[in-house]
Design a protein around this ligand. Structure first.
Ligand SMILES: Cc1cc2nc3c(=O)[nH]c(=O)nc-3n(C[C@H](O)[C@H](O)[C@H](O)COP(=O)(O)O)c2cc1C
Length: 478
């Protein structure tokens, strides 16, 4: 559960390089984007311009599927859908593990309160050219407790550095962290918040996945780690905080009518600045804890097909898990086309078992805790199509889908100010809904047996040919 052990492991596997002397002002962000475009390693920045040695940032930590696989303890070379299948199985096979409280942890190596708090000592980058400020929180954990129960939610939400003791917190409408803080505000109270900047990937990953209301991400981290996550109790908020986190703040998030500041713009995961800059809630920081030589996890949004957390694969695994939990049979693979980030182009391959099966799958995928937020296209294909190969999916759309009868539009779905297609009129009304297209690129069920046969040999026969003639294919790209 210690980020530093994971960094050592990446270094041992030649999956990390160290960079000295980069500038926090756009340079670290651009190196991060370019290196990801070139399928590069994780990047550990040190001696950042204007900051002492030891105050570090790791970026692209799990931006490539092979590093995500390493984090999850899976082989790094699994083909795309196999990786997703293994992720789904991990969720299926591991029961939630309750965290434990410990008295101390490396996080407490440095503790500051009151006038000692100075967040400007950390090299928060300005990640993208047109960002409105510096973001200390990108690959973070925002920790809040439900006002009515002991349930603790952990979410990844962006945190802008305003000044030495104040940060901005952007949470999209409908996200659990936002609903929690609104319930405090409804009673005229500030919402207690802790934010961890820098955690082991298995501690971080659950915080950006969708889980049902009431599920604590800490228990999922425990399941993925195979041991209970170690927590300490925050002295200011009483909130449970990972004992091995690198940097943690505790503070209050007052109702916006009491205090708010301009937040953004910040380069968003769709590849645009859709939500612009607006007045947003802040956290007044009351306590700061950090390890010696702290490492922040930097996870700025990259322009698709770049994806800062390979979340196209891990979200697909969670959707597959949700579909099977509902008891829906015949799911052969789930994928998000990388050009649609991790939400906008979801592809599911199925073995059709009954009339209406394909549409049931699409509607369930776009309605669960993982798939409901900010989707757009859900494409269902037959089992002979590899959902992770865009050209196969497009072939199915081109040849098996009759738009008049096999495309359905559903209006008024859960979206976000980050959605570039929300018009200025809808924005001004606060109507952050969009439409979804269900595309059934499957052979129509009731005449599937009469559907023209594909000319391609079966997958099994093709595999046997690849094995029999290795010398023919050794120089081919795939
Ligand atoms: C790197 C990264 C940054 C994110 N930033 C935000 C953000 O600023 N605001 C937001 O509402 N969601 C953000 N998300 C998405 C949420 O973390 C995700 O939808 C999560 O499921 C929300 O958790 P919740 O259901 O507990 O609210 C981000 C995800 C990632 C991977």
């Amino acid at each position: 559960m210690d980020l530093r052990l994971f960094i050592n492991r990446l270094e041992d596997l030649n999956e990390l390089i160290k960079i000295d002397g980069a500038d926090w002002d756009e340079e670290i962000g651009t190196i991060t984007q370019l290196s990801d475009e070139m399928d590069g390693p994780a990047l550990l920045f040190d001696s950042i311009k204007g900051y002492p040695k030891g105050y570090r940032i790791i970026s692209n930590m799990i931006s490539q599927a092979r590093r995500l696989a390493i984090a999850l303890g899976l082989p790094g070379d699994l083909p795309s859908v196999e990786l997703v299948r293994c992720i789904k199985q991990k969720f299926q096979n591991s029961n939630p593990v309750e965290p434990v409280f410990v008295k101390s942890g490396p996080l407490l190596e440095n503790v500051c309160e009151g006038s000692e708090i100075d967040l400007l000592k950390f090299p928060a980058p300005k990640w993208h050219q047109r960002d409105g400020g510096r973001y200390i929180g990108t690959g973070d954990l925002v920790i809040q407790k439900d006002i009515k129960s002991d349930w603790v939610n952990v979410g990844t939400y962006r945190v802008q550095l305003h000044d030495s003791k104040t940060v901005g917190l952007y949470i999209s409408p409908g996200h659990q962290g936002r609903l929690i803080r609104e319930s405090y505000w409804a009673e005229g109270k500030s919402c207690p918040v802790a934010v961890a900047f820098g955690s082991h990937p298995l501690v971080w990953i659950p915080s950006f996945l969708g889980f049902p209301w009431g599920v604590s991400e800490y228990t999922i981290s425990g399941a993925l780690l195979g041991e209970p996550l170690q927590l300490i109790k925050g002295k200011y908020t009483g909130l449970p905080i990972p004992a091995h986190a690198e940097i943690v703040i505790e503070g209050d998030c007052p109702p916006p009518q009491v205090e708010s500041r301009e937040e953004g713009p910040f380069g968003e995961w769709t590849g645009y600045y859709a939500s612009g800059a607006r007045q947003e809630a802040v956290i007044n920081v009351k306590r700061l804890m950090f390890r010696n030589d702290p490492v922040m996890v930097g996870a700025p949004n990259l322009t698709p097909p770049g994806n800062i957390a390979a979340s196209y694969a891990i979200r697909a695994g969670n959707i597959w898990y949700e579909l099977e939990k509902l008891g829906i049979p015949g799911i052969k693979g789930v994928w998000h086309m990388k050009s649609g980030g991790a939400n906008l182009l979801c592809v599911i391959s199925i073995e059709q078992k009954y009339a209406g099966h394909a549409k049931q799958v699409a509607m369930a995928a776009m309605s669960g805790a993982e798939g409901a937020y900010h989707g757009r296209w859900v494409i269902v294909v037959d089992e002979d199509i590899d959902p992770s190969r865009d050209e196969e999916v497009l072939w199915a759309m081109a040849t098996r889908c009759d738009p008049a009868t096999a495309v359905e539009i559903i209006n008024g779905c859960w979206s976000t100010p980050l959605d570039p297609t929300i018009s200025p009129e809808k924005r001004s009304k606060g109507d952050f809904t969009n439409s979804r297209a269900i595309v059934l690129a499957t052979r129509p069920y009731y005449w599937r047996k009469d559907f023209p046969k594909p000319i391609r040999s079966t997958r099994e026969y093709r595999d046997s040919i690849l094995k029999k003639w290795p010398e023919v294919f050794s120089k081919a790209k795939r």
